[in-house]
Design a protein around this ligand. Sequence first.
Ligand code: 6GU
Length: 243
Amino acid sequence: MNFHILTLFPEMVTGGLNTSILGRAAQNGHIGLEAVNIRDFTKNKHKKVDDYPYGGGAGMLMQAQPVFDAFKSVEEKIISRGGKSPRVIYVTPQGKVFNQQMAQELAQEQDLVFLCGHYEGIDERVLQAVVTDYVSIGDYVLTGGELPAMVMIDAVSRLVPGVLKNEESAEFESFHDNLLEYPQYTRPEVWQGAEVPEVLLCGDHAKVDRWRLEQSEARTRERRPDLYELYARKGRALGYLQK
Ligand code: 6GU
């Protein structure tokens, strides 16, 4: 999977993503990370990328031309390598809210382009011309699209085969079947007077599995009633819910 990030702050993205698990995945070639500086595609001598909004109002907008040319350079590269024209994700609070299911779906793509806006936004015409998906990471406003793009790239990358090692790979983890993860414990057996639940020491794997499922259900019901509702509808049909 190749991620192409169109941004005015390429060092923010590459610096942040070439670390830890994703850094290793990039080194191993499981993912490709390319940050493209939109400013490199300006045609004026001051490399200016923004201008005032028609109709007035606060702030500046990114102009269409450098964004379009930056996208075209990426698209050409992908197509010259035999790929198809990629999905282009515009990260914006005006988008559909990102979730694990969207991460799963995006992980099926060969190439993904993330367009990161700054200032007050981007000229609508270039969005119309290139964007295929409008995606937000939640109902709050950030100063730019780089952090949300990095969030989505992280969530998608860990679903790409080979990126996680076996012990990191999460067969059962939060949001799998709309359930939150169960509590976990490591040594020592007693810490500040608090004991590890006895069932985890009994060696009966079926019993441990049952306990963990109960814990997941209770935790989801308590902390995320919205998810529990979905789980109770779908999970019960799948035979998870025993009560
Ligand atoms: Cl995707 N972009 C920006 N700029 N702010 C956000 C966001 C995205 N999602 C939540 N807030």
